[in-house]
Design a protein around this ligand. Structure first.
Ligand SMILES: *Cc1c(COP(=O)(O)O)cnc(C)c1O
Length: 468
C-alpha cells in the first residue's frame, strides 16, 4: 500500500464520537455530557492530524476513552479556588484583595443559604429599602449626611460623574490623571460617564488659580483624585482640599474626591503611616467622597459614596445605579465589615487586612523558621532554604511607598539556575492549594506575613505532593 491509502485506511478505523459515547454513561454522568463529547472530539481530531502528518498511532476505542477520561478527571474541579498568598502583598488585586472577617463570612453564608429581608421591612410587612442599614452605618462612621453603595469604586466614580456632570466639563489636575491596574483610567471613565475632562495645572504643580481659570459656565463639578499608587515628590504643589471646597462653593458646584482606598480610622493608633480618613475629607469640605470596599477597608469588592444628601439622592435615581447595585452577599459582608469599625481598638485582631498589616515581625520570623525544615525535607538537595528579611507591601495602591519589614523563606537553586527556581514555583502553583511567591534577585521568596499561624499546617501537609 502507498502511504496515501495507508493513511485513508487508518482514518477510516477511527471510531465516531457517538459510537465512543454509547457505553460511557457512567463517565458522562460524572463529568457532564457536553464536556466528554467535546474532549472526545478534540482527541479524535488530534489523532487525525497525527495520521495525516505520517504518524501511525495505535487506534483503539478503549484507549481513546481511557485517555480522555483520565485527562478530564485530572483537571481541577474548581476554576476559582483558594491559594496561599506568599507574595508579601497584603491586598493583592490578582489574588482577590481583602480577606473577609469571620463575621462577614458568616453573614454571607447566612443570606446565601436562603431568603432574607433584603428589600422587606419586617416592621410594616411592606417592601423595604435594601440600602437602609448600610447607609446608616456609613453615615455613623463617616459623619456623612447620606451614602450609597455600588459594585466597586470605579463604578462609584462613574455613577457620580454621570449623574452630576454628563454633558459638562470637569477640571482635574494633570498630576491626578491616574491609572489603577490598567483598566481604570480617570480620563477613560470620565469619557464613558459622558463628561469632558478639562486638564488643569502640570504634572507636579497645580495651583488654585489653575482651577479657577478653568471654571466656566459649562463646569459641573470639581474633582480631586487621590494619587493612590504613586507619589509625586520634590517640587510639587496642590491646593488644599479646604481651598478647593471653598472655590467650588463660590461657583455653586459640587466638590468630589475619589479617595481610592477608603480609610475610616486614625492609622497612627495602629502604628501605621497616616492616610486621610473619609470623615476628615468630608470635614475639609468635600461634597462627595468615593472609596473602595476591598482595599484598606478590608471588606468585599464594593464602591462607597458618602456626602451631601441632595447629591446622593440624585445618584440613587440615576438608572445606572440599578445596573451597578450590590447583591445581597456583598451587602451582608460590607455591613458586618463596617460594624467592626465601631471598635477600632479591636481591628488589628478582628479585621484580617489590618491584622496582616500589623503582624509582629518576630511572630512572622518564628513561623518562617518553623516552616523551614519542612521545606528543606520536601525540596531535597537541589535547593537551599533559608529564612531571610523581606519587605511586604500593603498593595492595591494603598500607601504605595510604605513597606513593612517581614520574613520570608528564601529559596535558592543549588545549580544557581533561574530555570530551576521557575520549575519550583510552577510546582508550588500546582499544589491542591497553590502557593504563590515572588521570584526576585535569584531567589524564590515566600513571604510569611499573609500566612496566618493556623494555616502553617495546611501548607506543610501538602508539601509531600510537590512534584518537581
Ligand atoms: C483603586 C482605585 C479606584 C478603583 O477602585 P476599585 O474599587 O478597584 O474599582 C479608583 N480610584 C482610585 C484613586 C483608586 O485608588
Amino acid at each position: 500500500m502507498n502511504s496515501e491509502s495507508q493513511q485513508q485506511a487508518q482514518l477510516r478505523q477511527l471510531p465516531g464520537v457517538n459510537t465512543l459515547l454509547e457505553d460511557m454513561a457512567g463517565d458522562v454522568a460524572a463529568l457532564g455530557h457536553a464536556r466528554v463529547k467535546q474532549a472526545l472530539r478534540d482527541h479524535l481530531s488530534k489523532l487525525r492530524k497525527a495520521i495525516r502528518s505520517g504518524e501511525t498511532p495505535k487506534i483503539c476505542a478503549e484507549t481513546i476513552k481511557a485517555q480522555v477520561i483520565t485527562a478530564l478527571a485530572s483537571l481541577p474541579t474548581s476554576n476559582l479556588m483558594p491559594v496561599f498568598n506568599l507574595t508579601g502583598i497584603v491586598l493583592h488585586s490578582n489574588l482577590g484583595r481583602a480577606n473577609l472577617s469571620a463575621s462577614a463570612i458568616a453573614a454571607v453564608q447566612a443570606v446565601a443559604q436562603g431568603a432574607s429581608n433584603l428589600e422587606f421591612d419586617l416592621t410594616t410587612g411592606k417592601r423595604g429599602d435594601r440600602e437602609a442599614d448600610i447607609e446608616a452605618i456609613i453615615c455613623e462612621l463617616t459623619g456623612a449626611e447620606a451614602a450609597t453603595v455600588v459594585n466597586n469604586n470605579a463604578a462609584a466614580v462613574l455613577l457620580a460623574l454621570n449623574t452630576l456632570a454628563m454633558g459638562h466639563e470637569v477640571p482635574v489636575s494633570r498630576g491626578e490623571l491616574v491609572e489603577i491596574g490598567g483598566s481604570f483610567r480617570v480620563p477613560d471613565i470620565m469619557a464613558r460617564a459622558g463628561c469632558a475632562l478639562r486638564e488643569v495645572g502640570t504634572t507636579n504643580r497645580t495651583h488654585l488659580t489653575d482651577y479657577e481659570s478653568a471654571i466656566g459656565k459649562n463646569t459641573a463639578l470639581l474633582m480631586k483624585v487621590h494619587s493612590s499608587n504613586y507619589r509625586i515628590e520634590g517640587f510639587t504643589a496642590t491646593p488644599t482640599e479646604g481651598a478647593l471646597a471653598d472655590l467650588a462653593a463660590d461657583y455653586k458646584i459640587p466638590f468630589m474626591i475619589d479617595l481610592g482606598s477608603g480609610n475610616l480610622i486614625d492609622f497612627k493608633v495602629l502604628g501605621l503611616p497616616e492616610e486621610p480618613t473619609v470623615a476628615h475629607t468630608l470635614q475639609n469640605g468635600a461634597d462627595l467622597v468615593t472609596f473602595s470596599g476591598d482595599k484598606l477597608l478590608g471588606g468585599p469588592q464594593a464602591g462607597l459614596i458618602a456626602g451631601r444628601a441632595d447629591l446622593i439622592a440624585q445618584l440613587k435615581v440615576n438608572p445606572l445605579k440599578r445596573a451597578l447595585r450590590l447583591d445581597k452577599m456583598t451587602l451582608a459582608a460590607l455591613i458586618e465589615t463596617l460594624k467592626l469599625y465601631r471598635h477600632p481598638e479591636q481591628l488589628h485582631k478582628t479585621l484580617p487586612t489590618l491584622r496582616l498589616i500589623t503582624r509582629d515581625l518576630t511572630e512572622i520570623r518564628t513561623q518562617a523558621e518553623s516552616l523551614r525544615p519542612h521545606f528543606i525535607e520536601a525540596l531535597g538537595s537541589a535547593y537551599h532554604v533559608d529564612v531571610g528579611d523581606a519587605l511586604s507591601q500593603i498593595g492595591s495602591g494603598s500607601l504605595p511607598v510604605e513597606t513593612l519589614p517581614s520574613a520570608a523563606l528564601t529559596i535558592r537553586a543549588s545549580s544557581g539556575e533561574d530555570s530551576d527556581l521557575r520549575t519550583l514555583h510552577q510546582a508550588l502553583r500546582q499544589l491542591p492549594k497553590p502557593v504563590i511567591g515572588r521570584l526576585h534577585d535569584g531567589a524564590l521568596r515566600l513571604d510569611i506575613r499573609c500566612l496566618e499561624t493556623h494555616e502553617s499546617l495546611g501548607l506543610i501537609d501538602q508539601l509531600s505532593e510537590l512534584r518537581l
